[in-house]
Design a protein around this ligand. Structure first.
Ligand code: PLP
Length: 484
């Protein structure tokens, strides 16, 4: 019988993989952050058809080292400053590896008691770290997109008298139009939730923001009043603690007053920023977090756990369970009244053992260690913002409450010319290779984003990025096509 890789071969390959991983983590800083590879190049270097005959694992690992490792974008690089910078920490990688070997599917307590109970435990640990009331119960999803979708689904299920779980939404003249209130800066995952849940993009109400990109609660209240007068039923309000473009934090308590006054489900997207709330001083910026009906926080963003790992907390977990629990005969178990069956809290049945990597990371660093790391990232961001502010050639474009700096080169010319200059600057810096940044648009301005979230990032990496930014800006300004 062919069987699996022979045990001795597996053991020696696993040792080699351990070396590959450890070498990568030690040396990743030597790669250009953004690989110098053209579209289609990786695929063209690999056989178009699968091998008919077995290949030795060592040859496969050689190809991994030669073709795959160098051609990823190096998210675990200390100078990866794009999107939200993240870390697959040592303990997180170890936990992920062990979970893969166990290969448990924690759909039911019965199908993996330890995975179910560890998930409940670590969610409660993080709840305590955030100082959330005991009522909040968490579970782990793959991404914030899924967590938010489930939160909106729970809100929809809670609307009295509509029976959407049973009767659906299509072809129902009795259903009023539903509205989902987000801000101009809410992450697009909420738009996708509206698409996936059959609400449609027309259900989205994009509430204006203030000068610091925070939702305007008065505009929210006005819009809800107008909607109700027009026969529209408010479904849910979503505030963000750490928006994607700028990390602005919506006025959570003021939004809660509107949500509670109107009796509307209140979801807080704290996918990135929520991690900072483990430090009391940053928690103060998120005053009102505990007023939500549901909260999403991604340990794979800023608690140093490898992707994927997203926590969804619900004040009333039964709201989600009653929306989705469905137990076919083949999934019935004797102890179902005494235990949590994680399949009851969402759409998917199969479930990875994600809590192991979070548990190992939390234990290895400890709460104080986690706090120190978050504080250091915020300090580094503040230091970078200070350099930008001190330069006549650059400007900071948004407040820096956490570990992200939005800035741009200051150039003369029309807004289009300024934007084109900054776009060229980003392309040039990323092509240079020693750092990688991303961008957004704020009030029509093309703005560079420098996010800090990697545990290996030091001030030296930031200095180097700042030097490259200044040098590239000078070169672009000196080139014929540029206004300055
Ligand atoms: N919410 C916010 C505020 C985000 O910044 C992001 C991604 O960056 C998301 C949600 C989506 O996260 P995920 O990739 O886990 O779905």
């Amino acid at each position: 019988m062919p069987g699996d890789l022979p045990p001795d071969d597996f053991r020696s390959a696993m040792h080699r993989v351990a070396d590959l991983v450890a070498d990568y983590l030690e040396q990743v800083g030597e790669y250009p952050v953004l690989p110098r590879v053209r579209p289609g190049e990786v695929r063209a270097a690999l056989p178009a058809s699968p091998p008919n005959q077995p290949e030795p694992i060592d040859r496969i690992l050689d190809d991994y080292k030669r073709l795959i490792e160098p051609n990823v974008t190096h998210w675990n690089h200390p100078a990866f400053f794009a999107y939200f910078s993240i870390t697959a920490s040592g303990p997180g990688i170890l936990g992920e590896t062990l979970a893969t070997a166990l290969n448990v599917n924690s759909m039911l307590w019965h199908s993996s008691p330890a995975a179910t109970e560890l998930e409940e435990l670590v969610c409660d640990w993080v709840r305590q770290m955030l100082a959330l009331p005991e009522a909040f119960r968490g579970h782990i999803n793959d991404t914030a997109s899924m967590s938010s979708l489930l939160a909106v689904a729970a809100a929809r299920h809670g609307l009295p008298g509509l029976e959407i779980r049973q009767r659906g939404m299509a072809g129902r003249p009795d259903l009023p139009p539903l509205a989902l209130y987000i801000s101009e800066h809410t992450h697009s995952s909420l738009d996708k939730a509206a698409i996936a849940l059959g609400l449609g993009m027309e259900s989205i109400r994009r509430i204006p923001v203030d000068a610091d990109y925070r939702m305007d609660p008065k505009a929210l209240a006005t819009r809800i009043t107008e909607d109700r007068a027009a026969g529209v039923l408010p479904l849910a309000i979503v505030a963000t603690a750490g928006t994607t473009s700028t990390t602005s934090i919506d006025p959570l308590r003021a939004v809660a007053e509107v949500a509670h006054g109107e009796g509307v489900w209140y979801h807080i997207d704290a996918a990135y920023g929520g991690s900072a709330a483990i430090c009391p001083e940053y928690r103060a910026l998120m005053d009102g977090l505990e007023t939500a009906d549901s909260i999403v926080l991604n340990p794979h963003k800023w608690l140093f756990v490898p992707i994927d790992c997203s926590l969804l907390y619900l004040k009333d977990p039964d709201a989600l369970k009653s929306a989705f629990s469905l137990v076919p005969e083949y999934l019935r178990t004797a102890e179902e009244d005494q235990v949590t069956n994680l399949m009851d809290y969402g759409v998917q049945l199969g479930k990875r053992f994600r809590s192991l990597k979070l548990w190992m990371t939390l234990r290895t660093f400890g709460v104080e260690g986690m706090q120190e790391r978050i504080r250091e990232h915020c300090r580094l961001a503040r230091a970078f913002a200070d350099w930008v502010e001190a330069s006549p050639d650059f400007e900071v474009c948004a407040p820096v409450p956490l570990s992200l700096v939005c800035f741009r080169a200051v150039v003369e010319g029309s807004l289009e010319e300024q934007n084109a200059f900054n776009e060229r600057l980003l392309t040039a810096v990323n092509a240079e290779g020693s750092a990688m940044l991303s961008h957004t648009k704020l009030d029509g301005r093309y703005v560079l984003r420098l996010a800090i979230g990697n545990l290996k990032t030091t001030e030296a990496h930031l200095r180097r990025a700042w030097e490259v930014l200044q040098r590239c800006a000078q070169e672009i300004a000196g080139s014929p096509a540029s206004p300055r």
